[in-house]
Write a protein that binds this ligand. Sequence first.
Ligand code: S3P
Length: 446
Amino acid sequence: MNAHSAALPTPRRFTPTGPLTGRIRVPGDKSISHRALMFGALAEGETRITGLLEGEDVLATAAALRAMGATINREGPGEWRVQGTGIGNLQQPAEPLEMGNSGTSTRLLMGILASHPLTVTLTGDASLSRRPMGRVTEPLGEMGAAFAASPGGTLPLTLHGARAAHPITYRLPVASAQVKSAVLLAGLNAHGTTRVIEPVPTRDHTERMLKGFGADLEVEERDGERIIALHGPARLQGQVIEVPGDPSSAAFFMVAALIVPGSELVIENVGLNPTRAGLLAVLRQMGGDITEENARDVGGEPVADLRVRHSALHGIAVDPAVAASMIDEFPVLFVAAALAHGRTTTSGLEELRVKESDRLAVMAEALRSTGAQVEERPDGLVIDGTGGVRLPGGPARVATHLDHRIAMSMAVAGLASEAGVEIDDTAPIRTSFPDFEALLDGAAPA
Ligand code: S3P
């Protein structure tokens, strides 16, 4: 039984508020937190982490790594220590690994396990059990791992890791940092050079952090593609890691402050890695007043405080080329579009259909139930905004389908509605942003 299926759904109505003001700090970056724990567990010696996201997804990663022999201790809020086993030394877990709602835990751990001679079963909640795993089992199979998946190539899935994995050269058929990372992580324990070719750049936290841990890895650009070469077998050394704030969590507060009149909110310590910062550019293009203050470097990642003021947004045609750099931010961008003047068109977003939910279908239905004008296309949404007038909202209960980002996006829509927006279940928010409701209630008093 996992946390979601065990817990009763927790509905909540999000009602219109006064302006969002003051200064807030969002929790640590989810992608970086998963990687800090995983690479710490594969390293020799101790890794010390501050700012770790203590959401359920990251805790699922920690539990899995512990079950395979890493020592992982929480020393204080966001402060964790990991004693690694060294690459190749993870142990056979006694039980199946429960991945909850977390695609990142699942796909990155599958990469690590593919080059360990272990047999491991991975399970997940109803959302994760619908998500495609063929995108990782296919390249990891070429590297020598074997898989017995559920029909459709989904979880529950049993992985038989290779005793001697072979390096491969793999051109990503989908723009996916999870697939890229899975192949590179399998390559850590393969003899020779594992190459991943990215036609479209995706978040590069794996490359940055593996280098920081001492892996022999090069990145080059050729003919508009990125080629990442990892020379294995690698040896990683424990590190000190400070995790910056998650831009994907900051996104909800950025949009909330932009659409609620009178708001001026500072969001501190937001990671602005260019492979993650697409939403900032798109919101500015829509007329959003967002300034960066105190720009600095945190743990090898660019970071700034963002000052966000209420703005009259206007609709745009979102360039599909930015999709990868804001892939998790589209649900909340759709909310911004629903309040903008004129039409916002998005395209090239087929990947949104295989996230924690089908985010195109679910957001189209959720926004329509609040009175927004939305057309769903196969690869995107077309939204005609209210021009800054509040959405009607109403009695309908939004179905979030175990998707934290749907729940948080529609909570933000509720702030800019007449009658409020009711969410069927806020529990999934704990996967990535346990303090979301407390922060929102603090920044935007009713
Ligand atoms: C992630 C990559 C993205 C993103 C997910 C986290 C990561 O998925 O949606 O929330 O940490 O590598 P894809 O790589 O499958 O697009």
